[in-house]
Structures are given as structure tokens and as C-alpha cells.
Design a protein around this ligand. Structure first.
Ligand SMILES: Cc1cc2nc3c(=O)[nH]c(=O)nc-3n(C[C@H](O)[C@H](O)[C@H](O)COP(=O)(O)OP(=O)(O)OC[C@H]3O[C@@H](n4cnc5c(N)ncnc54)[C@H](O)[C@@H]3O)c2cc1C
Length: 288
């Protein structure tokens, strides 16, 4: 699978903390905000979850030393949700206790975990108001989750959703997903607490920008969020218009599942990988 690394490098800020920190510093110098994700998910051994928690604690220490205010994206299946929810909660609480001024946000994973992730967020948010939650516009349930998060003043990141979900619980058609995205985004922009609008979809961004202008929404009351390495043109454009642009910066050695999700999102990505594999194979044959 190392053959995929040239592709993965477009989407991750490196495999270790010092390399990732260089990218984060560069982004900060260019006027971007960051949310940092240490890659990893679906761990089944307590020592793996423990190692992931320690990596976040090291990262927080480094962030405090640098003095930038940051957001940290955490996957609960990386913290041991599938091993034992209480063990997972203790791991996350250690991170939250060290987070101080920074915000921590639960990524939203596949639907077999949705309810457990949201319940843990709601539970912990009472004690840690700096905890936020990501939600997926493709799920039918998201309208009521958005309502719940608005009532509780939980900061929401709204994205379309990156997992394969069945038609019994999720819209499959892009027009339906976009319609729900806009409905929830408009609510969050008017009533939400520091929401972030996480998409690279130009249609959605155009609709959102005209809503923000029409409703005179303060550009400093929300964030746009995009993934590291994707649509840098749009990232710069929104930043230059005076919006807060936050970049989701993943790093770490467990880059494969994240990379595979990025791979299937765009057919050109599959062609890029195939071209690369073809060049490598033909190149090797020529040299032999
Ligand atoms: C900041 C952030 C956080 C996220 N967090 C989560 C999460 O917690 N849980 C979750 O399920 N999903 C998450 N996602 C992923 C999200 O759900 C979508 O899968 C992803 O953003 C693609 O959807 P899109 O809205 O950008 O629209 P799309 O229609 O997929 O893309 C719009 C345009 O963006 C560009 N683009 C998009 N993806 C790629 C790619 N992989 N490679 C190259 N170009 C691309 C293309 O130009 C494309 O035409 C997150 C996304 C962002 C931006």
C-alpha cells in the first residue's frame, strides 16, 4: 500500500509532529486557522488508544508552546469507543483538560457510531464548553441534531459526509444532500454558536456567501473549513475576502483510511494513482 503514498502526500501534512508543525506554522503565517487531526481510527487495543491520546497530549503541549489558538479534531474510535465507552471517555477527558484555550471537535464517523459520538459530545460539553461536534448533511437525522446543538450552544462543523450509508438513513442524491446542507447551514449561521461550514462545493459556497451578505451575518461569527491540499484557490479567495478560513490538517502514520476516502471522492484522483502506478511499473521494466 506504500504505492499510494505519493497520492497521500497531497492530503496529509506529514507523518510526524515536527513535520506537521512546519505546515501548520506556514498556514498560520498565511492567515489561515487550523484544525489538526492525528490520523487513526477503529482501534481495537487499549494500548493503541492510549498511544493516540498521548500523541494528542504532545501535540497540545507543542501548540501551547507556539501560542496559536487551534482546533483539534478527534475520532472517538481512535480513543477506544469500540473497546469500552468509559475508557474512551476518560481518554477524551484528558485531552479536554489539557486543551485550555483551544477547541476540540469530535469528527463524525460511520452511522454505526453516530449516536454514541453525539451522546458523548452532549454529555462532555456540559463540563467542557470548548468541545464541538461535526455533523453530516447526508443523514436524515441531522436536522434534529443541529437543533439540539443550537439549544446547547455546541459549536457544529457541517460537512456532507464521507462514508457509504444506506438509503434508509441517508440521502443518496447530491441535489438532496446539497438542499439539506443549505437548510442546516442557514440555521447554523443565524442561530448556531461559532459554526463552521466545511465544503469545497462551489455551488454551496456561492449560496452561502449570498445568504451571509443578505442576512448581514458577521464574517467573524463563523468559519469556512476545507481539507489540507484541496481547493487551495478557494481557500485563498475566501481568506482574502475577509472570512475566517480553517484548514483541516491531518498528519500521522495511519494515513491509509483517510487517503482512501479522499481517493474515491474524485474520479481524477483514481486516474492520478493509476497513472503513477503505471509510470512506476513501466519505469522499473525499462531500467531492468
Ligand atoms: C474541514 C472538513 C472536515 C470534515 N470532517 C468530516 C467528518 O468529520 N466526517 C465526515 O464524514 N466527513 C468529513 N468531511 C468530508 C466531507 O464529508 C466530504 O466527504 C468532503 O468534504 C467532500 O465534499 P464537498 O462538500 O467538498 O463536495 P464535493 O462535491 O465532493 O467536492 C467539491 C469539489 O471539491 C474538490 N474536491 C472534493 N474532494 C476532493 C478530493 N478528495 N480530491 C480532490 N478534490 C476534491 C473538487 O474540486 C470537487 O469538485 C470533512 C470535510 C471538510 C472540508
Amino acid at each position: 500500500m506504500h504505492l499510494l503514498y505519493p497520492f497521500a502526500k497531497r492530503f496529509i501534512a506529514g507523518e510526524d509532529l515536527p513535520t506537521a508543525m512546519r505546515s501548520i506554522n506556514t498556514l498560520c503565517g498565511q492567515g489561515y486557522w487550523s484544525t489538526i487531526d492525528i490520523l487513526g481510527e477503529h482501534v481495537h487495543l487499549p494500548e493503541q488508544a492510549d498511544a493516540a491520546k498521548r500523541a494528542y497530549l504532545d501535540l497540545l503541549q507543542e501548540a501551547n508552546r507556539m501560542g496559536h489558538r487551534m482546533d483539534f479534531s478527534v475520532k472517538l474510535t481512535q480513543m477506544g469507543l469500540d473497546i469500552d465507552p468509559e475508557f474512551c471517555k476518560r481518554n477524551v477527558e484528558e485531552i479536554l483538560q489539557s486543551a485550555g484555550n483551544h477547541t476540540v471537535r469530535f469528527d463524525i464517523e460511520g452511522s454505526e457510531h453516530t449516536q454514541r459520538i453525539i451522546s458523548m459530545c452532549v454529555d462532555l460539553h456540559e463540563k467542557y464548553p470548548n468541545l464541538g461536534q461535526a455533523l453530516q448533511a447526508y443523514l436524515f437525522r441531522t436536522g434534529s441534531d443541529v437543533e439540539n446543538m443550537i439549544q446547547r450552544r455546541v459549536s457544529v462543523r457541517l460537512c456532507k459526509g464521507a462514508y457509504k450509508e444506506p438509503p434508509s438513513i441517508a440521502w443518496q442524491d447530491m441535489d438532496d444532500i446539497r438542499a439539506n446542507f443549505l437548510q442546516q447551514a442557514f440555521r447554523l449561521l443565524k442561530e448556531g454558536h461559532e459554526p463552521s461550514i466545511a465544503t469545497h462545493d462551489e455551488f454551496l459556497l456561492t449560496e452561502i456567501l449570498s445568504f451571509v451578505e443578505k442576512e448581514k451575518i458577521d464574517p467573524q461569527s463563523f468559519y469556512f473549513e476545507m481539507l489540507y491540499g484541496i481547493r487551495r484557490d478557494l481557500q485563498g479567495l475566501l481568506r482574502d475576502k475577509g472570512y475566517r478560513m480553517r484548514i483541516y490538517v491531518p498528519y500521522g502514520k495511519s494515513w491509509l483510511p483517510y487517503t482512501l476516502r479522499r481517493l474515491v471522492e474524485k474520479k481524477e484522483n483514481i486516474l492520478f494513482v493509476l497513472r503513477h502506478l503505471f509510470r512506476e511499473t513501466v519505469g522499473l521494466r525499462r531500467l531492468n
